[in-house]
Design a protein around this ligand. Structure first.
Ligand code: AMX
Length: 436
């Protein structure tokens, strides 16, 4: 057993006691109320979930276990995983132990390649990614242990084993998907001398003479690791896992949510947008031209990808971290300059339009352009990169929820008629309908 397992085993009794006593002492306290607008508005702002791996403050952005993401940008993604799980950054010994555990589990089974190669050529890389994860469900140690009658207090241990297997194999799977999908050649094997992020960058097989692409990938994987519990992919993964479906089922489901254009697909859409600007103006437009372009997009009923957020109300610190990286390594690149000008102009236009709650850029406004610069030009693939990183958050949340014995998710839905009656003050039954 690795150091991560041992630390979680040490922490488990106190964590469980804490939840038990919170519920015992404050179980009846009201922490959120729900308006009709929220019921019809995607439950925005309703506090009905617990997630201790990270929080996203409207004015702070992502804070991982109490540490702002900007302070973690030099950390390795695997250090972040340890942090997400335990609330502590690993010391050198714990990091080496985790890296060793990942290396031992990193071999991609040949049947995964056979499945991926058998899919039609126009299959989206995210569908390939989710399929690959699901195809490995047969390996689940959690499912096997559950069917053999494991006790509830033990759930987290095989969940951690599945999580480590998944995280170990995902860089190889994702890089192989890139190579198969773009017909760049056979998947490349992992290199045990490299860390998780560097190995992923190497297995993509792109030329990287300066090491800039490797550094970008490591930063990208760290920045996208987690975004509290209510976003579509985290919540989906959590819900599926709450049924005690094993981490392969749950993470695959989370990836299907990440594939949506309002969530993880946005970085692909952003690059599309920036390329549209470049192609229309044959380079970097003037600020006036760019302002017109943004207005034209809005007036045609489309969103400006990479701007706005369901929770944030400031510039996303992950955008700032990647923007700083771009400023350091490719300040004069046409695409980066367009991203930079858009950052100066778009918030003002969105404010003038007056619809969005958050006119500021999110992380997707810049990431695609940097990837493009380093030769990763197939933007259909970008959400898979996001998925590799976000698996860190999904897996840590799953392990902690099994450790805490979190019950199955089952909020109550009501009919529109019930809501109308309730909102107009008519007496309505406290419960209505309901199903398992
Ligand atoms: N461009 C144009 N209009 C926008 C907009 C944008 N970037 N962001 C929000 N709006 C519009 C909404 O469509 C909505 O219009 P409606 O009332 O006509 O439906 C109105 O402004 C109010 O929306 P909101 O409350 O500010 O945002 P939200 O919480 O409903 O949605 C988000 C948040 C991210 C889906 C939205 O800002 C958006 O579509 N942005 C562009 C896509 C994007 O960048 N997604 C990435 C999100 C981060 C991630 O998961 N990777």
């Amino acid at each position: 057993m690795g150091k991560l397992h041992d630390r979680l085993a040490e922490q488990a009794p106190a964590l469980r006691d804490k939840i038990r006593s919170v519920v015992a002492e404050h179980g009846g306290a009201v922490v959120s109320e729900v308006t009709v607008s929220q019921v019809f508005g995607g439950m925005r702002g309703v506090k009905g979930l617990v997630c201790d791996t990270s929080v996203v403050g409207p004015d702070k952005g992502l804070v991982v276990r109490g540490i702002p993401i900007a302070d973690l940008k030099k950390r390795l993604p695997e250090e972040i995983f340890y942090l997400l799980c335990t609330g502590e950054l690993p010391n050198a010994e714990a990091l080496a132990s985790l890296q060793q555990e990942l290396r031992q589990r990193s071999q991609v089974p040949s049947y995964v390649w056979n499945i991926l190669k058998a899919l039609p050529a126009d299959t989206h890389p995210m569908a390939m990614f989710s399929t690959a994860i699901l195809s490995m469900e047969r390996e689940s140690v959690f499912r096997k242990a559950y069917s053999e009658g494991m006790q509830k207090a033990e759930y987290w241990e095989p969940a951690l084993e599945d999580a480590l297997r998944l995280l170990a194999v995902l860089p190889g799977v994702a890089a192989g998907i890139y190579r198969i999908h773009t017909r760049k050649g056979e998947p490349l094997p992992p290199n045990p001398k490299l860390d998780w992020g560097a190995d992923f960058a190497a297995m993509l097989g792109l030329p990287d003479p300066t090491g800039g692409f490797r550094d970008l990938m490591k930063l990208f994987l760290t920045l996208h690791c987690d975004h509290e519990g209510g976003n579509v992919s985290a919540f989906t993964c959590h819900t599926v896992g709450s049924a005690l479906s094993d981490p392969f089922y749950a993470v695959s489901a989370g990836m299907n949510g990440l594939a949506g254009p309002l969530h993880g697909l946005a970085n692909q859409e952003c690059l599309h947008f920036v390329l549209g600007v470049r192609n229309k103006y044959h380079g970097v437009p003037t600020d006036d031209q760019l302002r017109d372009y943004v207005w034209e997009t809005l007036n045609s009923g489309r969103v400006i990808p990479g701007y706005g957020h369901a929770v944030l109300r400031v510039t996303d610190p992950r955008f700032t971290a990647l923007h700083e990286f771009g400023d350091r390594v490719c300040r004069d690149d046409v695409m980066f300059r367009i991203v930079d000008r858009l950052f100066n102009i778009t918030p003002q236009v969105l404010k003038e339009q007056g619809k969005v709650k958050d006119p500021w850029p999110n992380v997707d406004a810049v990431s695609g352009s940097l990837l493009y610069l380093f030769g990763l030009t197939e933007f259909e693939y970008y959400t898979v990169l996001f998925g590799v990183s976000r698996a860190l958050g999904m897996c840590s949340q799953l392990v902690l929820n099994r450790l805490l014995g979190t019950p199955i998710t089952r909020p109550k839905s009501v009919s529109t008629e019930w809501l109308i009656k309730a909102a107009s003050g008519a007496r309505v039954p406290a419960t209505q309908g309901g199903s398992k």
